[in-house]
Design a protein around this ligand. Structure first.
Ligand code: NAG
Ligand code: NAG
Ligand code: NAG
Ligand code: NAG
Ligand code: NAG
Ligand code: NAG
Ligand code: NAG
Length: 485
């Protein structure tokens, strides 16, 4: 019997696991909850689900205490992009048309001699389907962001000197600074997270006013936006890798379904849209979509890998921009960790970063809200999760590959960089968590055993000064020049 992680099961149960809302597979069993984390960058973030993923205990090292925390968070679960959404709409329209035809029961007849309870809903889709709005944060995402803020309070609320600000008069500011963007899914995520963390009056309590940056303006540089790297628009490496992989894995999936439903003409794009409908419809409905049951776990893993490739080329170690977008944010992080002015000539805005109202230093809590591209790129710029293997678009890699998008930038993915003070140690330390998992700093030689000693190195604590030295790539501008070749 399969052992599911309790955290995953808890998420599954909030989505209706064990109720009639949770669909069943071909054999009539419930869908494996692991598919929730096999949906690439459209995976669900599982609260505490990745603890110990890299075999490092998450408890704070004995004698140490976090004195500063930097959150870098992707917006929570959104609707599909316009392109993905229109692919889903076309697929739905094809199926609904087939079910409207006079010979509709013939259209949906099963042809492979097996029973397929998971396909029955297709012939009744027109009665049950709800169109998924594109781009915007879903209600599920909003509640998840709020709950994330509340969990953040339980972890780090002591840095605000008080456990519960919800009912407290607004006559005292909190040492917190928040930056977000003017894109709805990002700004709504930041607002609900902040409310979960600091209560409904959070805006009036911030150490400096909430800073909302333009998200897609090409005429404005800032470290949270995706519009800042002009040449990236001409880069096709991520789409190319994605297309190659789809040609490798999708035809077999299409054939399998086509055998089951011989009287429907299933195109590759329709089958891909059926896969895409699973994450987006589930998050929209706040319970698992029946589309999720059409595919088995192995097919979901193959699907997820396509997004690993895409992300690896676009924002990871693969392509020319992966180690460019995030450079500015990393340099801002170094400034915050060391309480010193930002030194950067990439995506940061020097006017903003020189002003204490828009870039205050010396605070214990910084919250930045952004997109998957910025977050994944920051991971790569920092030299984290690097296993030296390039992802191959023609072949499924090992399951323990480090570049696994579902565990780097799921919807609501977050990196937390902690600065710690340790008893009896004059210097401060740094520790990094990605989706609650402590990250190994094995790619950073300054953070290895020789410099840190065995005990600290095995908890992946790195002395602040060594950590700063380890970030020489970002300090030298990273690959930023590739954005302006
Ligand atoms: C479904 O049928 C409607 C009405 O006949 C038509 O307008 C639409 O284009 C069809 N959809 C597809 C995807 O063929
Ligand atoms: C805030 O207001 C409360 C209630 O009015 C009062 O007791 C408290 O002293 C005030 N705190 C500060 C820092 O002004
Ligand atoms: C939040 O995002 C929406 C949608 O992009 C935008 O219209 C709105 O102005 C933003 N709000 C703020 C305060 O930035
Ligand atoms: C953004 O920064 C780059 C240099 O890093 C500069 O070339 C570009 O002009 C800046 N963009 C704007 C809108 O100022
Ligand atoms: C930097 O921010 C300031 C203040 O918002 C703005 O006026 C300026 O245009 C920005 N500069 C760049 C290069 O984006
Ligand atoms: C993208 O490619 C087009 C055509 O080759 C070129 O005209 C344009 O300047 C390029 N833009 C960028 C930002 O590289
Ligand atoms: C599927 O395509 C074939 C060949 O193009 C066509 O003859 C058949 O009518 C189509 N079936 C359906 C259900 O659309």
């Amino acid at each position: 019997m399969h052992q599911w992680k309790p955290a995953l099961l808890a998420l599954a149960s909030t989505l209706g696991y064990g109720t009639s809302l949770w669909p069943t597979t071909q054999q009539g069993q419930a869908v494996d909850p692991s598919i929730l984390t096999s949906l690439g960058a459209w995976s669900f973030y599982v609260p505490n689900g990745d603890i110990g993923r890299y075999d490092i205990p998450d408890a704070v090292f004995p004698g140490c205490e976090v004195d500063q925390v930097n959150l870098f968070m992707r917006h929570d679960f959104r609707g599909p992009s316009k392109g993905v959404g229109s692919g889903i709409a076309t697929m739905i329209s094809n199926i609904v048309n087939a079910s409207n035809a006079e010979d509709s029961s013939w259209n949906f007849a099963i042809g492979d001699g097996q029973s397929h309870p998971e396909l029955h809903f297709l012939s009744r889709l027109k009665d049950s389907y709800k169109a998924v709005p594109s781009e915007l944060l879903t209600a599920y995402g909003e509640q998840d962001a709020h709950a994330s803020g509340y969990r953040f309070k339980k972890m780090y609320g002591y840095l605000l000197g008080h456990m519960d600000w919800y009912n407290t008069p607004v006559n005292q500011s909190l040492p917190v600074f928040v930056r977000t963007t003017d894109q709805s899914r990002v700004n709504v995520t930041s607002w609900t997270f902040s409310e979960g963390f600091m209560g409904p009056d959070w805006r009036n309590r911030l150490a400096a006013p909430l800073l909302t940056l333009p998200d897609s303006s090409k005429a404005y540089n800032d470290s949270l936006a995706v519009g800042t790297c002009p040449f990236s628009q001409n880069d096709t490496s991520s789409d190319d890798a994605f297309a190659i992989w789809n040609d490798v894995y999708l035809p077999k999936v299409v054939q399998r379904l086509q055998r089951a439903l011989p009287n429907l003409n299933l195109t590759t794009s329709d089958v891909q849209a059926m896969q895409n409908a699973c994450p987006f419809q589930s998050a929209y409905l706040s319970h698992l979509s029946p589309f999720c049951a059409i595919f088995n776990l192995h097919e979901w893993e193959l699907y997820s890998y396509g997004q690993d490739l895409q992300q690896f080329e676009n924002a990871g170690y693969g392509g020319p921009f992966g180690r460019a977008w995030g450079v500015g944010w990393v340099n801002e992080l170094l400034a915050r960790l060391t309480d010193s002015p930002v030194t950067d000539r990439t995506s940061t805005n020097t006017t903003l970063d020189a002003d204490k109202n828009t870039f205050p230093l010396g605070l214990p809590v910084y919250l930045d809200f952004t997109h998957d591209t910025q977050l994944a790129s920051a991971v790569a710029v920092m030299g984290l999760l690097k296993d030296g293997r390039k992802l191959d678009p023609t072949k499924y890699p090992s399951k323990d590959r480090l570049w696994n998008t579902a565990h780097i930038v799921p919807m609501g993915g977050r990196m937390v960089v902690e600065r710690l003070t340790c008893r009896g140690k004059p210097q401060k330390y740094v520790r990094i968590l990605l989706n609650d998992a402590v990250l190994p700093l094995s790619g950073l030689k300054e953070c290895g055993v020789q410099a840190q000693g065995r005990k600290h190195a095995s908890a992946w604590l790195c002395k602040l000064s060594d950590f700063v030295t380890s970030q020489s790539f970002a300090q030298a501008g990273g690959d930023w020049r590739n954005c302006y070749l």
